[in-house]
Design a protein around this ligand. Structure first.
Ligand code: FRU
Length: 490
């Protein structure tokens, strides 16, 4: 009898196509990157290639739960309208037996090169494994061939634990550089650096940054780049304890800002700051585009969170693309300008109006951008805010407490058990909230990215109202505008 070898990518694609037919659409997002069906996590391989933006993501095309990781793939001309492409990577070769884990992409003189981690179990039951780094190349940006020389880095340095993953590669002058998420044998999170002239042979340079003992046991998904004259290291540490309003998710994503010297591999940096204070923001990755913008996309979920869409045959999404800027060593995130092209009808609800209690807007759409601007200059109120996706204890609440100077996001009534998150925000004379609401997500950008909060929400379809409110005194609402937004998938 003849054995038929079915190509792994085709097989995965077939499974995905079948799964797509069964997806329940109630919480499907209208303008965010998702897979056609089944599980996704981290964004991977953000790159511009032949004039288009490509984004890959960790994907399990066979199930709505995490499993042997593949790379899913979308592309876009404008960072707004995305198109699904065939699955790019499937695991199962000798060097990536049990998963093609997170990584990055570069355009190497017309050859799109993916650099990713091979995950290989020694004993799956005991969760013992080894990890290595591999590459795959493509000339058309659609089909990828793994290099015959894989793995390009077979093992970690001698003082390392077996956690050795998530390569981010960039070019600086004559060399390619790669950083990896790593931990020491003593379980301290760190980022290590390699260097290469050809993407195939890598030389170990040393440690770029390391936990001083209080920043977790493992740093995942590092990214390192220049921003407005400084260097920024983004990391997703595991194992930081919650403290005050910080670190309330299972794992965190944040950054270190400082000065870096390529000659000596020294990075003098300040303290760790969280990048987004919502429930669902992790494993962020960035790219530098041809307009000179540093653009970040994160995974819009969190490990071990309640993910009700699994019952609908899909799970996981990516955040909106956000442009990064640096102000006084603080990284600000704002939605990329192109996203205004999602806007359909504009509704100007209030301009310079005194609000003494609340103002309710009946809304019939579930894809919205909202701009709410409060004048805090002579404001007697103790708190002001907005409810979306419903009112009367059925809502998602954003509230600014003027005494505490904190912005609060409360998703208790939209499907989050541990529903409240807070972030310190010195709003000054004006509080401007720019809010993107999708069918199961909310992204809040406060005062031009001074604070960002991203969470998945799971409201009932019928909950659509908006309410602006003030407590403890009047407030002048400078502006309340909203737009209903286009469904890019529908
Ligand atoms: C981060 C992460 C990465 C890993 C990938 C596996 O969320 O744990 O470290 O490469 O997900 O899917």
């Amino acid at each position: 009898m003849m054995m038929l070898t079915i190509n792994k990518i085709e097989q995965a694609q077939h499974s995905l196509n079948e799964a797509e037919k069964k997806v329940n659409h109630q919480y499907r997002l209208g303008y965010h990157i998702m897979a056609p069906a089944n599980w996704i996590n981290d964004p991977n391989g953000l790159v511009q290639y032949k004039g288009e933006y490509h984004v890959f993501y960790q994907h399990h095309p066979y199930d709505e739960n995490w499993g042997p990781m593949h790379w899913g793939h979308v592309k876009s001309k404008d960072l707004v309208h995305w198109q699904h492409l065939p699955i790019a990577l499937a695991p199962g070769d000798t060097f990536d037996k049990d998963g093609c884990f997170s990584g990055s992409a570069v355009d190497n003189e017309g050859e799109l090169t993916l650099i990713y981690t091979g995950h290989n179990y020694i004993d799956k039951e005991l969760d013992t494994f080894f990890q290595n780094q591999n590459i795959a190349v493509s000339k058309d940006g659609i089909t990828f061939e793994k290099a015959e020389t894989n793995p390009v880095i077979a093992e970690p340095p001698a003082d390392s634990s077996h956690h050795f993953r998530d390569p981010k590669v960039w070019k600086h002058e004559d060399f390619w550089y790669m950083i990896l998420g790593n931990s020491t044998k003593k379980k301290e999170g760190r980022v290590i650096l390699y260097r290469s002239s050809n993407l195939r042979k890598w030389e170990y340079v040393g440690v770029l940054a390391k936990s001083g003992g209080d920043l977790g046991y493992m740093w995942e998904c590092p990214d390192f780049f220049e921003l407005d004259g400084k260097h920024v290291l983004m990391i997703s540490p595991q194992g930081i304890e919650a403290k005050g309003d910080s670190y309330h998710n299972l794992f965190q994503t944040g950054y270190l800002v400082g000065e870096y010297n390529y000659e000596t591999n020294t990075f003098h940096h300040g303290s760790f700051t969280e990048l987004d204070y919502g429930h669902d923001f992790y494993a962020v990755q960035t790219l530098l585009d041809d307009k000179g913008r540093r653009i970040a996309i994160g995974w819009m979920d969190m490990w071990e969170a309640n993910m009700p869409t699994k019952e609908d045959g899909w799970c996981g999404a990516l955040t909106l693309p956000r442009e990064l800027t640096l102000r006084e060593d603080k990284v600000l995130m704002n939605p990329v300008q192109e996203l205004t092209s999602l806007r359909k009808t504009q509704y100007n609800m209030l301009t310079n109006k005194a609000l003494s209690n609340s103002y309710v807007v009946e809304v019939n759409e579930d894809l919205l951008e909202i701009q709410a601007v409060f004048d805090l200059a002579d404001c007697q109120a103790s708190s002001v805010g907005i409810k979306i996706r419903g009112i009367n204890n059925e809502e998602t609440l954003m509230c600014y407490n003027l005494n505490e100077q904190k912005l609060l996001l409360d998703c208790t009534h939209s499907g989050k058990e541990d529903g409240v998150r807070k972030v310190a925000l010195q709003a000054g004379e004006t509080l401007a909230l720019r809010i993107f609401v999708d069918r199961s997500s909310v992204e809040v950008f406060a005062n031009e990215g001074q604070a960002t909060m991203t969470s998945r929400i799971y409201p009932k379809e019928s909950r659509l109202g908006i309410e602006l409110f003030t407590e403890g005194g009047n407030v002048i609402v400078k502006e309340l505008t909203y737009w209903n937004l286009k469904d890019i998938w529908g």
